[in-house]
Design a binder for this molecule. Structure first.
Ligand code: TXA
Ligand code: MG
Length: 331
């Protein structure tokens, strides 16, 4: 399909865009008020011009996302922070200096003039500068911010490849820009800088310790926060196949092994399940495990199994983002 055909929205199909030409087409589509799926370093995002409420509404329609769920605003650079946020504390700039571009989202007071559809009617705004070279290049060519949630249907798994975006949104969006598999594979860390003391609202690739090292002060963690935000709900990030967390012992004592998928990390589980059909062995290193997690869940979900059994990961701090996603996936 030619770019002019794409721009006219003639085909009704979702196009996979690639390389420099694809990137330029994505820029034109976005400039034209379309929403386009783009790769970030965390997961694929479904982007639209953040200052265009009509374009942003298309994101909600494509994802079937409830209108009161706020979106993250992706900026081309820290310089544009003050176009979106008010009363920005110094620590926001310190964190931006250290972690942007990168997978840290800051929750700040919103400027009164920004479209309320972006913030789900809240008086706060979530912002970050992403580091994926293609997303960043699109932002710089536009010179303006993009609102983007993860590029999946509401409540489903976040995609970490263009093919996974297609599985959920094919026929519902004009295009996806293929940037290969995502570097981190889990959504960004969200840090609340509006409440009295800084709190992590969603664990992610940037850890509490990394943030505390910049702030020189303690940071609250997700288990202890009770801010009820639409979009930060228990049952999120779910595959279609029921998912259960369990110990190695419960895993190997199960009887319906041919209709079950297994996600394991320990060498004990790997050796005991040796011979079971649908086993995915993930890394014992939490960051790498995080990168593999959604991808493996997508694969197992495709098989139409009765259940996905996940070996409970360690409970230590550096496994927090992984444990958070698995809890939501199994709830
Ligand atoms: O890594 C990421 O963060 C990816 C990529 C695309 O940037 N984006 C992402 O967006 O995960 P989404 O919409 O799937 O998740 C955004 C989360 C939601 O849980 C939402 O509730 C929270 O951010 N959020 C956004 N704006 C907020 C606000 N004003 N107050 C509280 N939470 C907010
Ligand atoms: Mg999401």
């Amino acid at each position: 399909m030619s770019l002019s055909g794409l721009l006219a929205g003639r085909s009704g199909e979702t196009n996979i865009l690639r390389e420099e030409r694809g990137l330029d087409a994505a820029v034109q589509l976005l400039n034209n008020g379309e929403c386009v799926a783009l790769p970030t370093e965390t997961v694929y995002g479904l982007a639209a011009m953040a200052d265009d409420p009509v374009a942003v509404r298309k994101i909600f329609a494509a994802k079937k996302r409830p209108a009161d769920h706020p979106l993250i605003v992706h900026l081309p650079s820290t310089e544009q922070l003050s176009l979106w946020a008010d009363d920005i504390p110094n620590v926001a700039y310190e964190l931006a200096d250290r972690f942007w571009p990168g997978p840290l989202t800051l929750l700040l007071k919103k400027r009164p003039d920004i479209p309320s559809i972006v913030t789900g009617g809240k008086d706060t705004v979530a912002v970050r500068v992403p580091s994926h070279p293609m997303f960043l290049s699109v932002l710089q060519k536009l010179g303006k911010a993009l609102a983007a949630p993860s590029a999946n249907l509401y409540k489903q798994l976040s995609p970490t490849t263009a093919q996974q975006v297609m599985q959920g949104l094919s026929g519902r969006i004009v295009a996806v820009l293929d940037g290969g598999p995502c570097e981190f594979g889990l959504e960004s860390t969200i840090l609340d800088l509006v409440s009295e003391s800084p709190a992590i609202l969603r664990a992610g690739p940037i850890s509490r310790l990394q943030i505390e090292a910049v702030l020189g002060a303690p940071v609250q963690t997700p288990t202890s926060h009770d801010i009820a935000v639409p979009g930060n709900v228990e049952s999120h990030y779910q595959p279609n196949t029921p998912l259960q967390m369990m110990s190695v012992a419960s895993m190997v004592s199960g009887s319906t092994r041919h209709r079950t998928g297994y996600l394991v990390w320990s060498s004990l589980a790997s050796s005991l399940l040796n011979g079971a059909m649908h086993v995915r062995e993930l890394s014992q290193e939490p960051a790498l495990y995080g990168r593999q997690l959604y991808h493996s869940l997508y694969e197992l979900d495709q098989l139409g199994l009765d259940c996905i059994c996940v070996e409970t990961p360690p409970k230590s701090e550096n496994w927090m983002a992984v444990n958070d996603r698995l809890q939501r996936a199994s709830s």
